[in-house]
Design a protein around this ligand. Structure first.
Ligand code: ADP
Ligand code: MG
Length: 562
């Protein structure tokens, strides 16, 4: 069975999980969300009282009733003045809600990235995740959370206005309601027209971000081989695609808005005419007509705002769905046994492994004894790093098994396995933090242990050259460290990990021979620790310290004796 087919099968299992939606994200920011709704409702209640005062003041003025006029005016003034701090509060709580919802979205995304299988994360490329958490998260903030505040404001204003009309003259609704129904229907339909282009634009944007990241990562190569023209041309095309889709969305949006606006104006005119007729026949007082006009226009305005807010709100759902999809693990991990520690041996039994279209291992067999020291050599591209990746559980073998004592590696719980596994890889990431934290990786380690790891890894010179020693801050992925210094930090990390297996992938490539041999000797002195060292440098001084030297070639692993 190919790996693709297996992915397909297991993905149906993961599809059964309860689905996360944007609506549920709102509930994760429930405090400002409900506070916002409550505040908008209070605002509407105050507006209703406010309207009644206007009606009474108007009618008292028309009737020449000074007593009522004087009695009503002070509270009316207080109500009007109270609106100012209240509206300020509303703007504040809207902003708090948007901030909170956006933060929750991003935090949740980051948390979930780290539960992705390493192999799936690596094979999909990092830029899609960067795009999700920058471009797509911003789009969601702008087009979902911000528009959601507009929706809440509009819906409460709508019902507030409706309440006013019902309480002063419900018959007006006989004219207004059918018009509103038509308006809402048109808006709903137009929302669908923007969904598709938004989706396409998000796709282009992802492609654009990927390309931007890749071409900037290749900055040095681009400059030294003068590839600027080529990069600029490709870049142009991608950015044009994004811009053109954006333009198309704007164009459609403007047209749909104009249509909605036209329909809203029609309804307003209709309401006005009906009101004027009612006053003429004596069915309404001037005060009532006045607040009905206000209420009807306050009814139309929210619908108009909704017509602007709803299409973007609905158009971004596919973006969120795609982000969720990116986070899903295609291969579902079984419930695994905790790693008990290595007792006897690691064995690869008839292991075969291919990358898509690139065969690497074919029925490879090998045993690594507990505490053994193994040097792994072989031509470039023969699969040495791949063997270590398989042992790190980045991938599973296509056929055959990797056994840790009598447990299958793919049935061992990854987190507990990683606690006892040290990796010294070629790509060494340096955190923006002190040298100390970069070595300890934020674990509590005694000064004594730290000192001996630092010395064993040959870091003393680096520390002496730094004003603050271990507390010197490294920045920008260790931009001011040499390759060798980074490698030493990685080695010190490995020594501190108290692992029972240490996997090294060309750790000495950027060190001078003398330093490399010293460090290698220290590593080989670690009793009880199983060491697999992939290296193309074989030192005569140290090669006899290995229990075995393995050659990886043509998909097979040969021991020295073979
Ligand atoms: P080595 O470490 O012995 O130089 P690797 O194990 O890195 O070799 O690679 C073995 C083969 O697999 C090479 O042909 C390489 O191009 C290919 N390869 C390595 N990593 C990947 C990957 N992530 N996707 C596809 N092919 C890969
Ligand atoms: Mg390699």
């Amino acid at each position: 069975m190919t790996r693709k087919m297996r992915n397909k099968q297991s993905s149906t299992v993961s599809g059964q999980k309860t689905k996360m939606t944007l609506g549920k994200i709102l509930l994760l920011a429930w405090q400002p969300f409900f506070l916002l709704i409550a505040s908008e409702i209070v605002l509407q209640l105050v507006s209703i009282i406010h309207s009644f005062y206007i009606r009474d003041i108007f009618d008292a003025a028309v009737a020449g009733d000074i007593d009522i006029l004087l009695a009503k005016t002070p509270i009316f003034i207080i109500l009007v003045c109270g609106m100012f701090p209240f509206n300020t509060w509303l703007s504040y709580i809207r902003a708090v809600f948007v901030k909170k919802a956006s933060t929750v979205l991003k935090q949740r995304y980051l948390q979930r990235i780290f539960s992705k299988n390493v192999n799936e994360f690596q094979s999909s490329g990092i830029s899609r995740y960067i795009n999700d958490i920058t471009n797509n998260a911003n789009t969601l903030e702008e087009k979902y959370f911000q528009q959601m505040t507009v929706v809440i404001m509009s819906v409460t204003a709508f019902f507030g206005s409706l309440a006013i009309i019902i309480s002063v003259n419900w018959q007006t609704l006989i004219f207004v309601v059918p018009c509103l129904v038509i308006l809402l229907f048109v808006m709903y339909k137009t929302g669908n027209l923007l969904k598709k282009p938004e989706q396409t634009k998000a796709g282009y944007l992802e492609e654009y971000t990927r390309y931007a990241k890749e071409s900037l990562s290749a900055f040095r190569i681009v400059k030294s081989f003068q590839l600027e023209k080529r990069i600029l041309r490709d870049f142009d095309q991608r950015s044009k695609d994004v811009q053109e889709k954006g333009y198309e969305i704007e164009k459609r949006g403007t047209y749909l808005q104009a249509l909605n606006q036209f329909m809203s104006s029609g309804v307003a005119l209709f309401g006005l005419l009906a009101g004027a007729r009612a006053v003429a026949t004596g069915a309404l007082s001037i005060g009532v007509l006045f607040i009905i006009i206000m209420a009807v226009s306050n009814l139309i305005h929210p619908i108009f705002m909704l017509s602007e807010a709803l299409p973007p709100l609905r158009s971004v759902e596919p973006i969120f769905e795609k982000m969720e999809q990116h986070l899903e693990n295609q291969q579902v991990q079984q419930i695994n046994k905790p790693y008990p520690g290595l007792e006897q041996q690691i064995s690869l039994n008839n292991v075969s492994f291919d990358y898509p279209d690139i065969p690497v291992l074919k029925n490879a067999n090998v045993k690594f004894k507990k505490g053994g020291k193994y040097l792994i050599i072989g031509p470039s591209g023969s699969g040495k790093s791949t063997i270590l990746r398989l042992l790190r559980k980045y991938f599973n073998p296509d056929q055959g098994q990797i056994m840790i004592d009598d447990l299958q590696l793919n049935k061992i719980d990854t987190a507990s396995y990683y606690q006892k596994l040290a990796n010294i890889e070629q790509n060494i990431f340096i955190f923006d933090d002190t040298i100390r934290n970069n070595i300890t990786l934020f674990q509590d380690v005694s000064e004594e242990k730290l000192k001996s790891a630092v010395t064993a890894a040959g870091l003393d010179n680096l520390l002496n050259s730094r004003t603050n020693g271990l507390d010197d801050i490294l920045v920008n992925n260790g931009a001011d460290l040499s390759g060798g210094e980074k490698a030493r930090i990685a080695i010190a990390r490995g020594l501190l990990a108290e692992a029972d297996i240490i996997l090294l992938d060309e750790p000495f490539a950027s060190l001078d021979d003398e330093t490399a041999q010293k460090i290698e000797q220290k590593l080989l002195d670690l009793t009880g620790v199983t060491i697999l060292n992939v290296s193309h440098v074989v030192f005569n001084n140290t090669k006899n310290l290995y229990d075995d030297i393995l050659l990886v070639k043509n998909g097979l692993i040969y021991t020295k004796s073979e």
